[in-house]
Design a protein around this ligand. Structure first.
Ligand code: PLP
Length: 336
């Protein structure tokens, strides 16, 4: 099956990571493999590597079992009375908020899905996806920072799970602002860009006090030895990241335009991510997904995102030959 429904880097996992996993599983000749020992509960080597990479203090970094683990830990740590979510977005922000006992306000973006600051009106927690899933929209950092500074009573979680795909990620990332803004947490995932969703690895960066509160909510040994080894090796694999960035520029950035050119029935939104939200004209998402499934192609029906309906799908960018296969299939199905 050509899976364009999940948003993972089609170039990964990196070979360097697979080799590290093999070493951690088999161990050195005659020695104990890493998985025969308990992992470091504090992920010290990984925390140090992440802190060095982001030029922040290690006390600001919390590693978890995937970014999702951190979203729930953040909600538990903050115990918000009210949370605000900019919709449509990743549904786990809602689940994490509700599970922590919060009442939730949903803010709908405008028809063009342009993100813009709003008055959180007393919400103690605001969730922001950057770039946002499923719209692919990126919030400009120069709008986010003044917004957060203007609302010091509200904690903002900025989810940068998909940002590392972009070669210009440093320009957009708010990690550097976490030392200055006590009400900001940035979450990041290593499962998307390094294609390791089955392994689970993510982290949060925040001011020291907030980071300590989040760390309290992560159960000891949550991040296993394989994930810790893989993370260290992945972060040092600069050639893999460079290839991924080149793929993003060459294949992900033009993808919305290619979808638009492929059929007049497709209305793709401009995207800053490696997936595109598409409005369908004259066809439902379930019907299109069904027709593509007959050709062993999966796309994501987007009707379970708040604010979207059964005329929206999310399509992920894959390798060039796979993108061509998808575009040809879309044309056949829609233009028939
Ligand atoms: C926006 C967003 N944030 C976070 C996650 C979770 O990432 P992880 O696999 O690191 O838990 C996802 C997964 O789909 C996502 O779409």
């Amino acid at each position: 099956v050509l899976d364009c429904s999940v948003s993972l880097n089609p170039l990964g996992p990196p070979l360097s990571v697979l080799a590290a996993l093999r070493r951690a599983t088999l161990g050195p000749p005659g020695g104990r493999p890493a998985i025969a020992n308990y992992p470091d509960p504090d992920c010290r080597a990984l925390v140090a590597r992440l802190a060095q990479g982001h030029a922040v203090d290690p006390t600001q970094v919390v590693v978890g079992n995937g970014a999702n683990d951190l979203l729930y830990a953040i909600a538990r740590a903050l115990r918000p009375r009210r949370a605000a979510i900019v919709e449509p977005t990743y549904t786990e922000y809602l689940r994490a908020s509700l599970r922590a006992g919060a009442a939730v306000d949903h803010w709908l973006v405008d028809d063009n899905f342009h993100p813009k600051p709003f008055d959180p009106e007393g919400a103690d927690l605001v969730w922001v996806g950057n770039p946002n899933n499923p719209t692919g929209a990126l919030w400009p950092a120069d709008r986010l920072v003044p917004w957060m500074s203007a609302h010091p009573q509200t904690t903002f979680v900025v989810d940068e799970a998909f940002l590392p795909f972009r070669p210009d990620e440093a320009v957009h990332s708010l990690v550097a602002s976490t030392a200055r803004l006590a009400n900001l947490v940035v979450t990041r995932s290593l499962t998307k860009v390094y294609t390791l969703p089955g392994l689970r690895l993510g982290y949060a960066v925040a001011g020291e006090r907030l980071a300590a509160a989040i760390r309290q909510e992560i159960a000891p040994w949550s991040v296993n030895a394989l994930a810790q080894s893989a993370g260290l090796v992945a972060l040092d694999d600069a050639p893999f990241l460079a290839r991924s960035h080149a793929w993003f520029v060459e294949h992900a950035q033009p993808f919305a335009g290619q979808l638009r050119a492929c059929s007049a029935w497709l209305e793709p939104l401009p995207s800053d991510a490696a997936f595109v939200l598409v409005r369908l004209k004259g066809c439902t998402a379930s019907r299109l997904a069904g027709r593509l499934e007959e050709q062993d192609i999966a796309i994501r029906q987007a009707d379970n995102f708040i604010g979207l309906d059964d005329h929206c799908v999310r399509i992920s960018v894959r390798r060039p030959e796979e993108n061509s296969r998808l575009l040809a299939a879309l044309q056949t199905v829609l233009e028939a």
